[in-house]
Design a protein around this ligand. Sequence first.
Ligand code: SF4
Length: 123
Amino acid sequence: MTHIRISSSSAVGERERPEAATITRRAALLRVVTLPLAAVISAELVACSKQPQCTDVSGLSPDDARLRTEIAAYVEQSPDPAKLCAGCMHFTSAGDKACGSCKVVKGPINPGGTCKLFAAKQG
Ligand code: SF4
């Protein structure tokens, strides 16, 4: 097996250190190929998992804010996949990964959220 010597020194004028790591050509090629690939895959996973944050209630009146949090008990992520805002008759979608709105609960509504006033869409 062919071994190549790769020095960890990179600064101009720095002398090669005798303790520099020795790795195989195969290992060096694997690193060259897998590092950019891992970066691309990580970026794609982050983009795919990105859910809207529908938590800005700064424009709500105190009564609307109370209805949202105390009476309806709206939450951003439903613990029950059968009771998502996206499947509620009161929900109006604004797109797949965007906050929608609700006819009952004011403020931005996460399609993956839910509340006590959930009513399944018919049909
Ligand atoms: S009523 Fe509740 S579950 Fe239905 S869309 Fe509005 S916030 Fe979501």
